[in-house]
Design a protein around this ligand. Sequence first.
Ligand SMILES: [Zn+2]
Ligand SMILES: [Zn+2]
Length: 119
Amino acid sequence: MMDSEVSNADICRVCRSEGVADRPLFHPCICTGSIKWIHQECLMQWMRYSRKEYCELCGHRFSFTPIYSPDMPRRLPLKDLAAGLLSSIATAVKYWFHYTLVATAWLGIVPLTACRIYR
Ligand SMILES: [Zn+2]
Ligand SMILES: [Zn+2]
């Protein structure tokens, strides 16, 4: 009779079953209502089948943050920091080399050319 009460239970948009303890429902995109929830393996299966990483209804790229969040602190931010530092040092060295080359060229070639013009 009351359809709105029936749809209150959160069900997976793929297999239409509810989330349980070992198969929790995730909310990977910004869709709302009855298509909001999906099982992790249902989403993985859908992504493998459709070859899409985003929701075709809302266009939002599926977020796996709730699934991968326990691994986040182990992502070695020190390594990223070192890589960023190395790349900035490499850029600085490149610019230094470039300007040294330009300066050498100007200091060496220009007086030589000037000498030739004067002769
Ligand atoms: Zn499912
Ligand atoms: Zn969506």
